[in-house]
Ligand binder design. Sequence first.
Ligand code: GDP
Length: 195
Amino acid sequence: MNKQKALIIIKPDGVQRGLIGKIVTRFEQVGLKIIGLKFEMAGENRVIAHYPETDVWFKKVGERTLTNYAKKGLDAKVVFNTDDPVQIGRTVKKWLITYFQESPVLIMALEGYDCIEIVRKLSGNTIPLLATCGTIRGDFSHDTIDLANEQNRPLRNIIHASDTVEDGEKEVNLWFTKEELFSYELAGEKFMYKV
Ligand code: GDP
């Protein structure tokens, strides 16, 4: 079985709240290997390339809002002037581009067996209100979809974590050059087994 790679970004709200150390620790303490680490301002084009420019992705994001609004009896047209999930997703992506450039971000490439499943487990649900206690988003944030939308901004949910094996590879290669990625052995690595 192959090791997987995942990209973690501590987004501007995580950096602004001084959570870098606590968050990096969560990934280190489960035994994932940090193979790349840097702190920088995210360029606009990098953020545009990072989030897919596809109807599938826009729809996924838009439907998150619509599902939430259906539960709360809210009308998407009030904020978005539409209830088309693709259009809603496009608007959220625009908000993400601005948000990512609020302050520096911490960018980390991780490697490990089943790394993607592990980073998503540690991160918790995209919507902080729904993220389980013990996860990064559950422990450090409490934002909700309707408040974020009303304020014309993305959910402030502290981190990005790659969602699929393919995205992990793509995102690590988008944010890091080959020279910025390192190959080394963790203490006791050869005795580590799959968790
Ligand atoms: P992730 O992989 O868990 O980060 O989730 P997505 O890739 O689906 O969404 C990217 C980011 O967009 C999320 O982390 C949120 O910051 C933001 N976001 C997603 N859906 C919504 C939404 O419906 N409304 C708002 N305001 N922000 C959203």
